[in-house]
Design a binder for this molecule. Structure first.
Ligand code: XMP
Length: 322
């Protein structure tokens, strides 16, 4: 890990990079089986295409439906890859994730629970079943940097959990985009024929909507934040903001509906201007846009009586709530 060197954007030769990575993957896996998990984010999408180019049918790609994804995200991502000729198997792991998250309110414990279920339970099983000896993973250079700096646990969580993957599961990890940052990975995606709707997507956190639920993550509470997220993405997708999100709060506030008191839910909207997520400033959204968000979220998401807009910079805020 420590020896990874960044390939800066200016030094990236797209065709050469793709050719070399495809060759490296093919040479490492030889006639074995490799697996990878596709999340629909740009990193895992690019890794899927590189892996498929190198290995064809020797690569088994899974989309793990954690129950924490955005509205119709699993079907959407699988269908895009189908149209690119890449088969992806959808694995329903909702029960396992919600069981692991039951009763947990602490942010770090929540993240740990998601990580644990993903790598140890769901992925561990898939590795065993498929007979794979290789795992392709979309770790990028920023992940390495943040891990080394101790800022937060990212994709390379296996190493961070102290897991020697070869020893624990019998598989090697291959990380084809580890020398690149996001902007460079988006360029590789475009060159590989990934549609713009995928290579141009705003970032989305690994723990998905569980990073946007304050307090316990239950199917019902995720459904509320999912509905609010859909509205925020519809309204703010037209802006050039770096990232925009909805957060479900734990505290209730007094509101009124149909002339009666309604002690209801609060949604917080965040919308960020940022270059690389390391620092951020709230986007100066037009007030009419904010009002429309308030009207739509209180009108369309059951139980919500209050919508707020976050006006904090990062730091001291972070982009996500958890
Ligand atoms: P924070 O909340 O730390 O987020 O300011 C910085 C950027 O990283 C994304 N994020 C994650 N991405 N796995 C990821 O792949 C994660 O666990 C994770 N947590 C946060 C976040 O959306 C923002 O773009």
């Amino acid at each position: 890990m420590g020896k990874i060197r960044e390939i800066p954007l200016a030094a990236l030769k797209l065709n050469e990079f793709i050719k070399n990575k495809v060759k490296e993957i093919a040479e490492e896996v030889k006639d074995g089986i490799a697996i990878n998990a596709l999340s629909g984010g740009v990193d895992s999408s690019v890794v899927t295409l590189l892996g498929f180019k190198a290995l064809g049918g020797q690569l088994k790609t899974y989309f793990i439906d954690t129950g924490l994804m955005r509205h119709q995200e699993p079907q959407y991502v699988v269908s895009i890859f189908k149209s690119l000729g890449v088969p992806v198997e959808l694995i329903n792991a909702k029960k396992q994730f919600f069981n692991a998250l039951k009763g947990i309110e602490d942010p770090e414990k929540k993240r740990n629970a998601v990580t644990h279920v993903f790598y140890k339970e769901v992925f561990g099983d898939l590795v065993k079943k498929s007979g794979a000896k290789y795992l392709l993973q979309g770790t990028n250079y920023t992940d390495v940097e943040e891990t080394v700096a101790g800022i937060k646990r990212q994709h390379n969580i296996l190493t961070q959990l102290g897991i020697d993957t070869k020893k624990a599961y019998g598989y090697h990890v291959i990380e084809p985009v580890i020398e690149l940052r996001k902007t460079a990975i988006r360029k590789v995606g475009r060159a590989l024929g990934l549609p713009k709707e995928l290579y141009g997507r705003p970032p989305f956190p690994g723990p998905a909507l569980s990073a946007r639920v304050i307090g316990e993550v239950t199917p019902q509470r995720v459904e509320i934040v999912r509905k609010a997220t859909r509205i925020v993405e519809e309204e703010l997708g037209k802006t050039s903001a770096f990232q925009y999100l909805a957060i479900l709060h734990q505290d209730r506030v007094t509101g009124m509906r149909n002339g009666k008191r309604d002690f209801g839910l609060q949604i917080e909207v965040r919308c960020w201007d940022s270059k690389d997520a390391r620092e951020g400033t709230p986007t100066r959204l037009p007030f009419d846009t904010l009002l429309k968000l308030g009207d739509r979220i209180t009108g369309e998401v059951p139980g919500v009586v209050s919508v707020t807009y976050n006006i904090t910079r990062k730091p001291p805020s972070t982009i996500e709530a958890i």
